[in-house]
Write a protein that binds this ligand. Structure first.
Ligand code: GLU
Length: 587
């Protein structure tokens, strides 16, 4: 099977597709309003969206609009989510897609039931703790991520099919129509995608022929504003629309994925057709905790997101944060201390609970966290060490697994009041940079610890065959005391996701901010190290005050992509992150 196109076909296809896209540009650009406002100072203006019946907030206007169309046609939140994800794969390919994995929460409003779904990538059965070692040493992260080595079995299609079979209303195939037409007719390259290609956010972008041809037609990066088609992706979607998930996990698409992974000769992987055929998405119990009068729920292992966000909230519950301004030294200090304690536990205990014992209940146990909260004082605590939560195996060794900023999050509330919160990722921007049939493959296995053990003790998040790498993805929902859904939220941002989501939850629940203000608020972040303040924002005014408390402060870009919805007395309110190019809209 041919993974990369031969040279002769290539030039013919370039000529034909250039002609096609030129003719399309003439007919459509003049008719089209500018879809994306200008980035000013790295931010776009975002105003709070309002609606009475239903709402979608996602990282791209095409996706938000497609989700709304599905709901207008009688679809529910799950149906809309499938359309949103397929469009995002097309228009925000650097962040998520069918070549990657996802976690989601679904709120079934009629039955007052919350379910969570795990569509995380799995390590191939041939992979083991030596996957990221060369000559007895850990590989360089940047070398590990490109090519086949870090590609896990993708989970998005299986997860969406499972949610749709359980709760969907409209026929599966109908949910792909918008993405297929947009892929065939063309879409406008967003400023975010244009900049990511131009700056090669992923240095390996273009290393492999198929990816080069798509993102650098005629050797030049596709620029923001260009109208782009992706006929290969349209064909892929038609197949999945017609055959369901088996059209992806078995047969020619699966074989092409396996071939691309194994034939990336500079850094081949270990994926097999049976890894593909045996993949299953899993319905799991969500993790919930009470925070004041609210019930706050996230996703359990293999993501660390749910437990770590809940730990931060619980550690702060008795600190009366509301007495301080959200952007004050006191708030940033307390938040960062809670985050340090939570990240220390995350590093030691959190991994795929199907492989290692994760003390899920113990980690969010109120008494345990009340004791831990006593470690928070007026001064910075330095590096926090992990605690000993109830039922924990304390022999695990802490490990780092760096995660970079790509990924996407979208939130949906439909006419019946059902909610969907999905964070979806191919890990690094452009993932492994391998492209198959119009979509990119993930490099999610780099979320594993590269080392197997430390000082003779095993690391919980080490690579094991069939295991899912620890994640930080944190799709969340909040309920009031009568079990009414009141908030849907999540974000990309690598392991900083946890900070972004926890801080936005506090913005709404503690500081009574509206969702847009809570999302737009400048960031302060701590992952058990420096306190990061968001560059070019008012957050840097906190620097001196934090340093006086003993913090090591760094000022940097903090690229969240928070997309959320809150139900207020007046109706639905939606927010989209000014740091990306998305939109919240509703009716
Ligand atoms: N791979 C990361 C995770 O699963 C997400 C990466 C990102 O947000 O950029 O937690």
């Amino acid at each position: 099977m041919k993974i990369r196109m031969g040279k002769s076909n290539q030039s013919l296809i370039i000529v034909i597709s250039t002609l096609l896209s030129l003719s399309f540009m003439v007919s459509s650009i003049s008719a089209k309003e500018a879809r994306y406002p200008e980035f000013g100072n790295g931010r776009i203006p975002q105003i709070k969206a309002k609606a009475s019946e239903y709402m979608v907030s996602s990282a791209n206007p095409y996706a938000t609009e497609a989700g709304l169309r599905i709901i207008e046609k009688g679809g529910n939140a799950i149906d809309a989510a499938i359309a949103v994800q397929m469009i995002l794969n097309l228009v925000e390919p650097e962040s998520s897609g069918i070549g990657g994995g996802a976690f989601s929460l679904y709120w079934d409003n009629a039955n007052k039931k919350l379910t969570s779904y795990d569509g995380r990538e799995k390590a191939p059965m041939l992979a083991d703790g030596k996957l990221f070692q060369q000559n007895g040493k850990n590989m360089n992260w940047w070398e590990a991520l490109a090519g086949g080595r870090a590609v896990g079995v993708p989970g998005v299609v299986a997860m969406l099919e499972k949610t749709h079979k359980a709760h969907g209303k409209l026929p599966w195939a109908d949910l792909f129509e918008d993405a297929i037409s947009l892929a065939e007719e063309g879409f406008e390259i967003s400023p975010k995608l244009g900049a990511s290609i131009l700056n090669k956010t992923n240095p390996a972008l273009g290393r492999y022929e198929e990816t080069w041809e798509y993102f650098f037609p005629e050797g030049k990066p596709i620029a923001a504003g260009t109208i782009q088609t992706n006929p290969d992706f349209a064909m892929t979607l038609r197949r999945i629309a017609f055959l369901g998930a088996k059209g992806f996990y078995k047969g020619e698409i699966a074989m092409d994925i396996v071939a691309a992974v194994n034939e990336a000769t500079d850094n081949p992987g270990l994926l097999s057709v049976s890894d593909m055929a045996n993949y299953e998405a899993i319905e799991r119990a969500p993790v919930c905790a009470d925070y004041k009068e609210y019930k706050v729920c996230g996703m359990g292992p293999p993501t660390s997101g749910g437990m770590t966000v809940l730990q931060i909230l619980k550690l702060l519950e008795d600190k009366n944060l509301a007495q301080y301004a959200p952007l004050s030294v006191e708030s940033a200090h307390l938040f960062s201390q809670a985050a340090k304690l939570a990240y220390a536990d995350r590093g030691k205990y959190m991994a795929d609970a199907d492989f290692v014992k994760v003390p899920v209940e113990g980690l969010i146990d109120s008494d345990y966290l009340k004791e831990r909260a006593k470690l928070i004082t007026e001064k910075d605590m330095g590096k926090a060490t992990a605690g000993a939560p109830p039922n924990a195996d304390t022999n695990w060794k802490d490990a780092k697994s760096p995660e970079q900023a790509s990924t996407t999050h979208f939130s949906i509330i439909d006419k019946e009041g059902n909610g969907f919160s999905m964070t979806s990722s191919i890990e690094m921007a452009f993932g492994s940079t391998l492209m198959v049939r119009g979509f990119l493959l993930n490099n999610q296995l780099t979320d594993f610890s590269f080392s197997e053990e430390k000082d003779g003790d095993k690391i919980a998040n080490r690579v094991q065959p069939g295991k899912r790498p620890r994640s930080s993805m944190s799709p969340f929902m909040v309920f009031d005391k009568d079990d009414n859904l009141m908030m849907v939220i999540g974000s990309p941002g690598g392991s900083r996701i946890i900070n972004y989501v926890a801080k936005t939850l506090l913005g709404v629940l503690e500081w009574n901010m509206d969702i847009q203000n809570a999302i737009s608020m400048p960031h302060y972040v701590n992952r058990n190290g420096n306190t990061d303040l968001e560059k070019s924002t008012d957050a840097i005014s906190l620097k001196e005050g934090l340093e006086a408390k003993g913090h090591k402060v760094s000022v940097r870009d903090l690229n969240s992509g928070l997309h959320g919805i809150v139900r207020t007395k007046e109706g639905l309110e939606g927010g989209a992150d000014p740091r990306r190019v998305g939109k919240a809209l509703g009716k």
